[in-house]
Design a protein around this ligand. Structure first.
Ligand SMILES: O=C[C@H](O)[C@H](O)COP(=O)(O)O
Ligand SMILES: C=C(OP(=O)(O)O)C(=O)O
Ligand SMILES: [Mn+2]
Length: 401
């Protein structure tokens, strides 16, 4: 498909940029910048995901719902990477399987929203769509989409990758395979002006790679078969994932495998299911059965966060660790029943002591939520709740081995 044709496909969840000149300027500047990740690094991750898809490994993907701009966000990188590493160790010890650590990091700046606008005290403004689009403060200045933010997102991603490298958790080629310190980055490929501007051709192979992150996923709200996001994912050689919610049908998933992984190459395509603890046991089995029967070697991963969001009586978005644990348990049980491999976890989490989800060893209560609610979007597991979940997962995954 030509670039012109790609641009005419419907693209959900895109901002309306008021300043078109600034958009064009920013896009041409981004086009001239180097890719943030290298093709060989993306291929290396694809290899790790292939092992997981074949039952010989696990994916542990985690980080903030929405990364934000500024120094504070860079300071939080260490906590997320360290927590993911500790969780990986717990999982590897219990299962004997290598765990591919992948951050929701260095590019997780764009958010799809349920509503395009937010109203407070009679004032209606555009919804916050992530720091790459607009600001969180409820003012007309902040909420007006500003395309120049895309260049800031690039610079912040660059600084985040440097920080990860400084931690010795660098991805890939440099540190060599299998030494336990590999780390890759991922984000939702939502903002197409940004993603398209960072696609680069690998001079070695001539293949097109997204240069914005190693693994990109398509969200639940933008996975339309005839939409621009799926088309974009089909056009790049990186490993890709798709979020799969409870309304997905087996036919849709089979169509996605045909569009995104026509050659059935393990490691190319991951389905991240996010059904909700109360629905997973009804809706997941037929999907897994039919995709498995088709012979496509997709990697199945559980996001136990997005199907379990609730709004408290005081209007705060939260999640219960008990629901997150229950969906994780059911995910493993469903795959064991079908005979497929439960391939890992996708989490919204942080290394800090936030109070956004309730429960866990440190017993965060609904009353505690206001104490340290720092997320710009969805509620994350704090450090201790993340480690709790790693032990729960280790128990479940360890049982069948
Ligand atoms: O992170 C995911 C979505 O952006 C988020 O769940 C949407 O939340 P909303 O319903 O507040 O728009
Ligand atoms: C938007 C997200 O999830 P989903 O597409 O599954 O709703 C997310 O992962 O933050
Ligand atoms: Mn989220």
């Amino acid at each position: 498909m030509t670039t012109t044709a790609v641009r005419t496909l419907p693209a959900a969840q895109q901002p309306i940029w008021p300043d078109r000149d600034a958009l064009e300027e920013t896009v041409s500047r981004l086009r001239a910048l180097p890719a943030l990740v290298a093709p060989a690094e993306c291929d290396r991750l694809r290899g790790l995901l292939a092992a997981a898809a074949l039952g010989e490994g696990l994916l542990l993907q985690g980080g903030h719902c929405a990364e934000t701009f500024g120094e504070r966000s860079l300071q939080q990188v260490d906590g997320v990477v360290t927590t993911l590493r500790q969780m990986s160790e717990v999982l590897t010890r219990a299962t004997g399987l290598p765990v591919a650590g992948v951050g929701r990091m260095a590019g997780q700046y764009a958010k799809p929203r349920s509503k395009p606008v937010e109203t407070q005290d009679g004032l209606e403004l555009p919804a916050y769509r992530g720091d790459i689009v607009n600001g969180l403060a409820f003012t007309p200045e902040d909420r007006t989409p500003d395309p120049r933010r895309m260049e800031t997102a690039y610079r912040m991603s660059e600084a985040t990758l440097q920080r990860i490298t400084a931690l010795g958790a660098t991805s890939v080629s440099g540190l060599g395979a299998g030494d336990g310190s590999e780390f890759h980055v991922s984000h939702e490929a939502l903002l197409l002006d940004y993603e398209r501007a960072l696609v680069r051709i690998d001079p070695v192979t001539g293949r097109r790679y997204a240069g914005s992150g190693h693994l990109l996923w398509i969200g639940e709200r933008t996975r339309q078969l005839d939409g621009a996001h799926v088309d974009f994912a089909a056009s790049i050689a990186n490993p890709v994932a798709v979020k799969v919610g409870p309304t997905a049908t087996a036919d849709e998933l089979l169509a996605l495998t045909d569009l995104l992984d026509p050659d059935g190459e393990p490691g190319r395509l991951t389905f991240i299911t996010r059904m909700g603890a109360d629905r997973i046991e009804d809706v997941l089995p037929p999907l897994v059965q039919k995709v498995t029967a088709s012979g496509h070697p997709v990697l199945w991963v559980c996001d136990p966060m997005h199907g379990n969001t609730r709004v408290t009586d005081s209007g705060v978005k939260s999640r219960r660790v008990a629901d997150i644990a229950a969906e994780t348990r059911s995910f493993v049980a469903v795959h064991r029943d079908v005979g497929s491999h439960p391939g890992g976890l996708h989490l919204e989490m942080t290394g800090g002591h936030v109070t956004e989800c309730t429960g866990g060893t440190d017993r965060v209560s609904t009353e505690d939520l206001h104490r340290a609610y720092e997320s710009a979007c969805d509620p994350r597991l704090n450090r201790s709740q993340s480690i709790d979940l790693a032990f729960l997962a280790a128990e479940r995954w360890g049982e069948g081995r």
